[in-house]
Design a protein around this ligand. Structure first.
Ligand SMILES: *Cc1c(COP(=O)(O)O)cnc(C)c1O
Length: 216
């Protein structure tokens, strides 16, 4: 099988699992945006994924995305899903349409300044350290409401502690409740191993890498 065929088949299998999860949750497929996470994979793989219907791609490093994007011939929305250092903001606003990893007012303000004069400002999601893990980035759940008042956010994102898909449920629920309290739209949760549970718990954006591109 060619690489293009492999990616197309992976996406077809993934789409049927997404459809089944949406059906179980009585949700429309259109309520869930699938971000194809292409980190470590070449630009050609991103083109194959877009040709197979993907509209959104995700990368976790600014530099890697900046280097790859000129070699991707097809259009997509680009999502930054990894930590954003403040010295990379200028590049990030040129490359990305959506930034999932806002973790301070200062970072959001820097992005706003860097985006002045651009055709559009990136959509911002706040990363929440939902497992309250000291080594992980993201803001403490107790800080979300205050930050949401001061940053123009579209939603919340989290990467829960390592565990089985069912162990993710309480974290997903807590993030959803925070999202609802702040009256925000997007809930970015769910990866290859737990996207079905995430859809059941209200995900509006799922970030899936390995199920599309294979193991890294
Ligand atoms: C790599 C990554 C993903 C995708 O993970 P898979 O297990 O490959 O689906 C999702 N979100 C973030 C933040 C990531 O870094």
């Amino acid at each position: 099988m060619s690489r293009a065929d492999e990616i197309r088949a992976n996406i077809a299998a993934l789409e049927s699992r997404i459809a089944a999860a949406c059906a179980r949750a009585k949700r429309a497929r259109s309520e869930v945006t699938l971000v194809a996470v292409s980190k470590t994979f070449p630009a050609s793989d991103i083109d194959f994924a877009i040709e197979a219907g993907m509209t959104d791609v995700g990368e976790n490093k600014v530099q890697e995305a900046r280097d790859k994007k000129p070699n991707v011939t097809r259009n997509a929305r680009w999502h930054l899903i990894g930590h954003l250092q403040s010295n990379k903001v200028k590049d990030a606003v040129r490359v990305f349409d959506v930034i999932h990893t806002i973790d301070s007012i200062e970072l959001a303000e820097k992005i706003a300044r860097a985006g002045v004069g651009q055709a559009f400002q990136p959509v911002l999601l706040l990363q929440v350290n939902i497992g309250r893990e000291p080594q992980k980035s993201g803001v403490d759940p107790s800080e979300v409401a205050a930050l949401a008042q001061r940053i123009p956010l579209r939603g919340l994102m989290a990467i829960p502690p390592v565990g089985s898909a069912d162990e993710m449920r309480p974290y997903f629920r807590e993030l959803r409740a925070l999202r609802d309290d702040c009256k925000l739209k997007e809930l970015s949760i769910g990866m290859t191993d737990d996207f079905e549970v995430a859809i059941e718990e209200g995900a509006t954006i799922i970030r899936v890498g390995r199920a599309i591109f294979g193991n890294r």
